[in-house]
Design a protein around this ligand. Sequence first.
Ligand SMILES: [Zn+2]
Ligand SMILES: [Zn+2]
Length: 340
Amino acid sequence: MSATHSNAVAARSSQEITGPLTDIATTISEVGGKHIPADLRWDALLLTLLIAVFIWWVRDGHGSRGADGRERKAGLLQFLVPRDIYSHPSARVDVYLYVLERLLHPLWAVTLLATVGPAVERSVVSALLWCFGASPALETNYAWMLLYSLVLLLGYDFVFFLTHFTMHKVPALWSLHKVHHSAEVLTPLTRYREHFLVGPVWAGGSAVSYGFVAGIFAYLFNGGLLEATLLNIGFFALLFGFNGSFRHYHVQFNYPRWLALWLQSPAMHHIHHSYLPQHWDKNFAAVTSIWDRLFGTLYLPQKDEYTPWGIGPETQGENRTFWQNTIGPFRDWYALVKRR
Ligand SMILES: [Zn+2]
Ligand SMILES: [Zn+2]
């Protein structure tokens, strides 16, 4: 870790313009990414519960789903933490896969976000210096900071969309991502239910998108937009983290149609997890609806639309246990190679 730190320091003194990612890299390598993700901290979960109580009250007990993916009327306790969901074997597998993912996460965070991100950022700055000469060293103001945050978000969301789309369409990658979709019930931990080999894919994607956008802005502002980055973390972390904890919660949180056309509501991710053919390969993005709209994969759910979760009755038995999910991709790849 101290090596990474001194690398970052060396990079700082050798580079004319240091972008925010290079600084963030140092922090990440020191923190080591061991913390609980923001959307699983008590305040985020409390907020989720409070909104769920509000939905329960407004909709007179309606609006949550059972383990079968059907909407049902429920008493408050069953509405918030239904027994059929939290005692489901799938919820237990979520816990094991979460622990494994968290154990390996620092590895990806340090190796990719701290190396690929700054490398992309520095390359972009160098390329721009080469093409256009010295940095215009624009003055930062609040409008620029907001624009930076917005471009960062759109860039991240686009790379997320593209990565996610590819994981659904390429059979060898689907074998990995299938682990996430093999969840038969949704719990806040389901977000981290991924095969351990998928971590680097997501981390690499964010590193590239952040590095690319941060590089452009570091050039425009002569590196002086650290404040914008800090602001950005505060500004969009709320939107993103909040969306994160509710996306995999069984209570339907819908947005009005006009808003859902721009931002993915948590209920739209229920659709993404459904195995019904009309829901298959829909709502890929993490935050906005823009990319799904442009690429024709947006699906706005009807009120209380039935969404049975998982990979479907035919193959669900192959991806049910922790062990099946962990060795699943290797089993699939072997079958793919043999078929060729
Ligand atoms: Zn997916
Ligand atoms: Zn999901």
